[in-house]
Design a protein around this ligand. Structure first.
Ligand code: ADP
Ligand code: MG
Length: 686
């Protein structure tokens, strides 16, 4: 149960004065649903104003506050001409306060001739007259204006104005209760951080980087704490220790020696499996790094120890591919491997279910179908989850419930993320990294080309297809303009189909699964030569004969994503090419990022560099889905503070794993505040 003192923060935005159904919508667009969201809606930046007594002291373009006496009203005659209120400073310098359209009504009221007013705004020049267009503030007394020397600028959505949002932020701040301190006193004093409520107020009031750091730290602490509580709860569970005698593994006839990184990962996994506490390990390795063999060895250990292993893939196609690969690799061992997907029905399905129940099937590969209620295992000892990033933490927790004793879990991901973010994303797991590629890989020839040369590119594809090879054509699908993007992909498909005929297929996320699978399958078996796709192919097919990839509007993708896409080619013995089409408007960072793609094929390096390039103060506004689990902390703060937050969280869990101390109680409040309460649920012996 959420602590009561948080209730005011979890009230709907409609409980704020002035928020009705009409304002609710634009607020939701900004992700502001609860009062706490409004409180955490921090300014992008601040306008700094200088108080001057004499216009001569100010320069054109400057934001100022000044006391003026109104001398004359001009205009209002024709509709087009702006309404001008002339006013003088103490020295008699004249400035025009200029209003367009309806704003003139309020100007007439606020600025009667002869009155003295404090005016805040940006000083401009119009001909040889000084002017302030639409002053930000006009007030009768100095305190109003002087109180606004520093003014926040909030991110807006259509239908919202700065004063509106500022007003709501103000109300939300008023509702912020004093919360108990969850940060370790040493950390707090080292950074000279204020308490939560005060930091909140400061963060809205000016450029208080310490206050913002504190709020970001809170978020990271909540995240780490929740993940570590999962880890701790897992450590206390009883699983079955699995020690293999090697009799199956020695029968493997791999056509290659393992890389050092594979050997190391195997050892780490082997020693985890031998423990009673269930393994919770992430195997992180770039596309093509050779995760499958590592997974196979782990599964063979389970079988050697008399247990079963299940491998979960995110899609039907991927499950099928894994099944084929594993069956071939494991053939000499004689281990019985089965495939189970949602497609299997009737007798075939029955017999697989029987085999899992009586233990005659030792390894099963499949989609989430392998975890349905009807599926029972004789003795499930190990679960391997491929493409981990497709599954959230709570889903991961679900999987662990299958089996009488908690099975060991090996998660695998090809998304190379920087070390710091690994901590944020997978902090509950131990990590094995395949940071070494198998030898002899052909580099993919990557080129950045202006989209204007599309005709040349189509001609190149034509030659490519004529030679008997296949190709991918990728169109961006980034969430904001989903509709537009989809239309663009469909249009591209139409033109390519016109040119190349029926050998062109289209695949995107909104296609019905059967159609998607059918198209993928036509491409995989060589029936189709050109696959036009949105990012759905990011995780998926392995078609060695596809050696050319075109990526449209490459600058719109994250580097990690580009890298994963590119990993679809370069899988066969033929040399592969990746063409990155860029738009005309390319920012400097955009240019550097694409250049980096050309320069390296090391996924981890790309991830680190991408983080650096986008770091440097740039907020995560353009974040790729799944990039970081944070809303408040930006990349720079993550780099600086996450390691501290994580070790702070670790200490707390070590000292007070049930969060019973007074700081532990405070930490519970924190978990609820950031909606990481699944961390708390576990404390009640989940
Ligand atoms: P991923 O990590 O993307 O799942 P895979 O396991 O599919 O990579 O491996 C990619 C390819 O590399 C496969 O064809 C596999 O047989 C091969 N491979 C794996 N390990 C090695 C190795 N040590 N030496 C050479 N080739 C390897
Ligand atoms: Mg793989």
């Amino acid at each position: 149960m959420r602590p009561e003192l948080l209730n005011p923060l979890f009230a709907e935005t409609e409980s704020l004065d002035g928020v009705g159904p009409k304002l609710k919508k634009p607020l939701e667009k900004l992700g502001l649903v609860k009062v706490k969201d409004v409180a955490y809606h921090l300014p992008d930046r601040f306008v700094q104003r200088r108080a001057v007594t004499d216009l001569d002291e100010a320069s054109v373009g400057e934001q100022i506050v000044i006391a003026l006496t109104v001398t004359e009203h001009r205009g209002g005659g024709s509709n087009r001409a702006p309404y001008r209120v002339l006013a003088q400073d103490e020295a008699g310098n004249v400035v025009a306060l200029t209003y367009f359209g309806r704003a003139s009504y309020s100007a007439k009221k606020q600025l009667p001739v002869g009155s003295k007013r404090w005016v805040a705004g940006k000083l401009d020049r119009y001909g040889d007259m000084l002017q302030i267009v639409h002053p930000d503030h006009v007030s009768e007394d100095s305190s109003g204006a002087m109180g606004n020397l520093v003014e926040p600028v909030y991110p807006l959505a259509e239908g919202l104005t700065q004063p509106r949002v500022a007003g709501l932020a103000h109300q939300a701040l008023d509702r912020c209760p004093d919360l108990p301190e969850w940060i370790e006193p040493g950390v707090l004093s080292d950074h000279d951080w204020a308490g939560w409520r005060e930091a909140m107020v400061l963060a809205h009031r000016g450029e208080h980087s310490a206050a913002r750091d504190r709020l970001a730290y809170d978020e990271m602490l909540a995240n780490s704490l929740a993940l570590l509580l999962v880890k701790e709860a897992n450590r206390k569970r009883r699983g079955q220790p699995l020690s293999g005698d090697g009799h199956l593994r020695t029968r493997l006839e791999l056509p290659f020696p393992l890389t050092g990184a594979q050997e190391r990962s195997n050892r780490e996994i082997e020693s985890d499996l031998a423990q009673e506490a269930p393994m919770l390990r992430l195997l992180q390795g770039d596309v093509g790094a050779g995760k499958t063999v590592v997974a196979l060895e782990a599964m063979l250990i389970a079988v050697e120890a008399g247990a079963q292993a299940a491998m979960l893939a995110p899609t039907e196609i991927l499950a099928r591919q894994h099944y084929e690969t594993l069956r071939k690799l494991a053939a000499p061992t004689g281990v019985h491997i089965a495939l189970l997907t949602g497609r299997d029905k009737g007798k075939a399905r029955e017999s697989i279910l029987m085999g899992l129940l009586d233990g005659s099937i030792q390894i099963v590969v499949g989609t989430h179908a392998i975890f349905q209620d009807a599926v029972n295992y004789r003795n499930l000892g190990l679960v391997v989850i491929d493409e981990q990033h497709r599954f959230g933490v709570s889903q991961r927790l679900q999987l662990a419930r299958k089996g009488k004793k908690t099975p060991h879990t090996l998660a695998m991901t090809a998304t190379p993320i920087p070390r710091t973010l690994t901590l944020a994303q997978y902090g509950e797991m131990d990590v094995s990294r395949l940071d070494e590629m198998p030898p002899g890989r052909q580099p993919i020839d990557t080129r950045v080309i202006s989209a204007e040369r599309i005709e040349d590119i189509v001609a190149a594809i034509s030659r490519h297809l004529e030679s008997g090879a296949q190709a991918y054509w990728v169109c961006p699908m980034v969430r904001e303009n989903e509709g537009e993007d989809l239309a663009a992909a469909e249009a591209r498909y139409a033109t390519l189909k016109e040119r190349f005929g029926d050998g062109v297929v289209l695949v995107h996320g909104q296609l019905r699964p059967e159609l998607k699978d059918a198209a993928m399958e036509r491409f995989a078996n060589g029936d189709a030569q050109l696959l036009v796709a949105t990012t759905v192919i990011e995780v998926g097919v392995d078609v060695p004969n596809a050696t050319l990839m075109v990526i449209e509007q490459a600058e719109r993708f994250g580097l990690a994503q580009l890298h994963q896409l590119r990993g679809r080619v370069g899988r066969g013995s033929q040399k592969s090419t990746c063409l990155l089409l860029r738009g005309e408007m390319l920012s400097e960072v955009g240019r550097q990022r694409l250049a980096l793609m050309r320069e390296t094929q090391d996924g981890f390096r790309l991830a680190e560099e991408d983080l650096k390039l986008r770091g440097g103060g740039e907020l995560l506004g353009t974040r790729q889905s799944g990039d970081t689990p944070f809303h408040i902390a930006d990349l720079d703060q993550i780099e600086r503070l996450l390691p501290i937050a994580h070790s702070d969280a670790r200490l707390l869990v070590e000292r007070d794993g049930v969060l019973a101390s007074s700081r532990g109680e405070a930490a519970r409040v924190l978990l609820y505040l950031f909606e990481r309460d699944w961390g708390v649920q576990l404390l009640r012996g989940g």
